[in-house]
Ligand binder design. Structure first.
Ligand code: F6P
Length: 342
């Protein structure tokens, strides 16, 4: 192969630098393939902004959050002429394989470019949301879920002192993985996720029972993607992938819980804190393994595939399979969470 490209698209997540390092070192050391980093996701391919990646360029980045290549939500189909807007950069750099690390939006674009124009893509599932189908887990999730758990723990001690209902809103877009895991790990008294419709009368009964039983506080974890309470509406801007920019749904829910329970409610929206900072050891190792597998698949010419974590293995799956669905929290996990409500 003449050159391997690597691109990080969509929202950043902890572990991206571990991935870039692994792809680069494996391609250079094992496959004798030079690597070029594409800057700012698809935008770099559209504007021919790249940088060569040598072994020394990726030293010292393993534990750093974010992505040294930058990222964007620019899309060649939305903001350009599809593959035609990438072709000049691909040809100028002799890119014969492209590792694309992305979430839902980036991977769908990669699939379309592969199917319509034969772009030689190897995909890697990265997102704190953990919602990519065909893989057991995405990297970035472990760090986000750990940060959210730490927040729930901290909110709990201040809640205890004030006889309050505390709502912690976490990211995850249309899926409730971060909410479910951090809620279970933090011992939340209720967890609201988009996969399971919630009933505020039921939640307020849980809270009132807790407080009448002598507990002085309740902690509720709210996934940002749940619907606002009936009769309320959130005005949300649309991002450049066409997704709603979520955030703030916990505020109307808190107002409604105050009304129903009579207890004061407070909201903490964790936001981008969940994506920042150093990745956990788990995410560093996971991203490294994804990167090694992606470089090997590129060398083997297995294009149109995504690296998937299945059990203890890293295996290639058709990218089309991964893009067919958005993976949500199943009822078995939610039932584990519900067992501890109240
Ligand atoms: O998809 C990752 C994610 O962090 C979501 O959980 C969140 O809704 C979204 O990205 C935020 O996007 P942005 O950084 O563009 O505001």
């Amino acid at each position: 192969m003449s050159t391997l490209g690597v691109l990080t698209g969509g929202g950043d997540c902890p572990g991206l630098n571990a991935l870039i390092r692994a792809v680069t070192v494996r391609a250079i050391e094992l496959h004798s393939t030079p690597v070029v980093g594409i800057l700012d996701g698809w935008r770099g391919l559209m504007e021919d902004r790249t940088r060569p990646l040598a072994r020394d360029d990726v030293r010292g980045i393993l534990a750093r959050g974010g992505t040294v290549l930058g990222t964007s939500r620019q899309d060649p189909y939305v903001h350009g002429d599809g593959y035609d807007s990438l072709r000049p950069t691909i040809e100028a750099h002799g890119i014969e394989a492209l590792v694309v690390a992305g979430g839902d939006g980036t991977l769908r674009t990669a699939l379309r470019l592969y199917e319509e124009a034969g772009l030689p893509v190897i995909a890697v599932p990265k997102t704190i949301d953990n919602d990519i189908a065909a893989t057991d887990v995405t990297f970035g999730f472990d760090t986000a879920m750990s940060i959210a758990t730490d927040a729930v723990d901290r909110i709990t001690t201040t809640a205890e002192s004030h006889n309050r209902v505390m709502l912690v809103e976490v990211m995850g877009r249309t899926r409730g993985w971060i909410a479910a895991y951090s809620g279970i790990a933090g011992g939340a008294d209720a967890i609201l996720i988009p996969e399971h419709p919630y009933d505020l009368d039921e939640i307020s009964r849980i809270i009132k029972t807790r407080h009448s039983g002598g507990h002085t506080y309740s902690v509720v974890v709210v996934a940002e993607g749940v619907d606002p309470p009936p009769g309320t509406e959130l005005e949300l801007p649309i991002d450049s992938f066409g997704f709603k920019r979520l955030g703030g749904v916990a505020y109307p829910i808190a107002r409604e819980l105050e009304r129903l329970t009579g207890f004061e409610a407070r909201v903490t929206v964790l936001g981008h804190l969940q994506r920042g900072g150093t990745p956990t050891a788990q995410d560093r190792v996971l991203a490294t393994r994804f990167g090694i597998a992606a470089a090997d698949l590129a060398a083997a010419g297995k294009f149109g595939t995504m690296v998937a974590a299945r059990g203890t293995e890293m295996i290639p799956v058709p990218l089309a399979e991964a893009c067919r669905d958005i993976r949500g929290v199943d009822s078995e996990l939610y039932d584990v969470a519900r067992t501890f409500f109240g």
